[in-house]
Design a protein around this ligand. Structure first.
Ligand SMILES: Cc1ncc(COP(=O)(O)O)c(C=O)c1O
Length: 385
């Protein structure tokens, strides 16, 4: 791996085949992928239905010019808009989650006429662009910890009358590390932004498509967004993302003269995959299962916490779970990740955020085998002092 740019850690592993939650390396060794790739393979690797749809579309047409989106883009738009509760809305398909969020961010600025947006300080949002860099001139950052300490003071510091939108990430980004924003905070910010004429943009790149035991993370907060960004799970690993708009917002954006054309926008291959993913998730009841299985796993992790003093916290929603260890204790996140890997489990451990390197993250496919999770719990019990 000498010719891959090292802009983030790269291991020497060579995974050559995937089947549901299993990854096999070039030596034939099996690993249980409890990160679903980059939290994207909600239906597991090489899902037969998704792969069949992909192969069938490959032989029809995989790419069209941006002026000629075909019926699949319209059908996928109808499916996605139905899911986000805006059947009359409009949608565009892009390739990555970062693009979908950034497009939603730029659209909110354009429609509201205000460049200033608000988000939580620990939101990830995107790898680049304004949403990635969050320059102070364009973003007001609300720290959930400051809000918890003094809600009035924290919100009084935000010039809501100048804010064009609230870009809400309902958990899921690396820096949030399994911390889901408090409902009272989310609703207070959303109310103030909307009262001042701003828009509610929700980043569902990680939380969307069932990860938290509901179709979308915002559904835990009783909100109806104006703009939603989707990615990851929408293609089950195939790079397709989407930005959806409430009809009036879409029309205001169109009237504003917004011109946004990208080579792979609304591409038929991605749209065929997205349609199949949505149908398969719906028909298989996988999201309801994720809620049940996640609650069971959280309970098991809580039982481990009672037995192992080095566990500081366990938390999660659906199949997005975090086990946080005492940073001063005998075992922290990085060695635990390595020990689990030796036993055939791949889990996440990230250096950034409120819990830097102190814990591991478990985000399996919604199709994960229950017995693999039970084996994980047994392994943790054995490894942890
Ligand atoms: C919460 C969240 N938003 C946005 C993104 C960006 O998506 P992508 O990596 O597909 O650009 C990520 C990626 O991990 C994410 O976790």
């Amino acid at each position: 791996m000498d010719h891959l740019l090292r802009c983030h850690p790269i291991t020497g592993d060579n995974f050559v085949r995937g089947e549901n939650c299993d990854l096999f390396d070039d030596q034939g060794r099996r690993f249980v992928d409890l990160e679903s790739g980059s939290w994207a393979a909600v239906l597991g690797h090489s899902h037969p239905r998704v792969n069949a749809a992909l192969k069938a579309q490959l032989d029809r047409v995989m790419h069209l010019g941006v002026r000629w989106p075909n019926h699949l883009a319209e059908e996928a738009a109808v499916a996605v808009l139905g899911l986000v509760g805006e059947p009359d809305g409009k949608c565009t398909f892009l390739s990555s989650g970062s693009e979908a969020v950034e497009f939603g961010v730029q659209a909110a600025r354009r429609v509201s006429g205000r460049p200033l947006l608000v988000t939580f300080a620990n939101s990830y949002l995107a790898a680049f662009g304004s949403a990635g860099a969050k320059p102070a001139a364009e973003w007001c950052l609300i720290d959930p910890l400051e809000w918890a300490a003094d809600p009035e003071r924290c919100l009084a510091a935000i010039p809501f009358e100048q804010v064009g939108g609230f870009v809400f990430e309902p958990g899921g980004g690396g820096p949030t590390f399994g911390r889901f924003p408090a409902g009272a905070l989310v609703r207070a910010v959303a109310e103030r932004v909307r009262a001042a004429g701003g828009l509610l943009v929700v980043n569902e790149v990680t939380t969307g498509l069932g990860r938290t035991g509901r179709w979308f993370g915002y559904q835990h907060y009783g909100l109806q967004p104006d703009i939603v960004a989707l990615g990851k799970g929408l293609g089950n690993g195939y790079p397709i993302s989407a930005t959806t708009f409430r009809r009036e917002v879409a029309e205001a954006l169109e009237r504003s003269g917004c011109h946004h054309a990208q080579s792979h926008q609304n591409n038929p291959l991605g749209c065929a995959v997205a349609l199949e993913v949505i149908e398969t998730l719906r028909e298989g009841g996988w999201i309801e299962r994720a809620e049940r299985l996640g609650a069971w796993l959280l309970g098991e992790l809580q039982r481990l916490k009672a037995r192992h003093g080095c566990i500081r916290d366990v938390r999660g929603r659906g199949l997005l779970l975090v086990l946080e260890l005492d940073p001063a204790g005998p075992c922290t996140g990085t060695p635990l990740q390595a020990a689990l890997r030796e036993r055939g489990f791949l889990v996440g451990c990230y250096p950034a955020g409120y819990a830097a390197g102190t814990g591991v993250r478990v985000d399996p496919s919604l199709t994960v085998e229950e017995q693999d999770l039970a084996r994980l719990v047994a392994c943790l019990d054995e490894i942890l002092p």
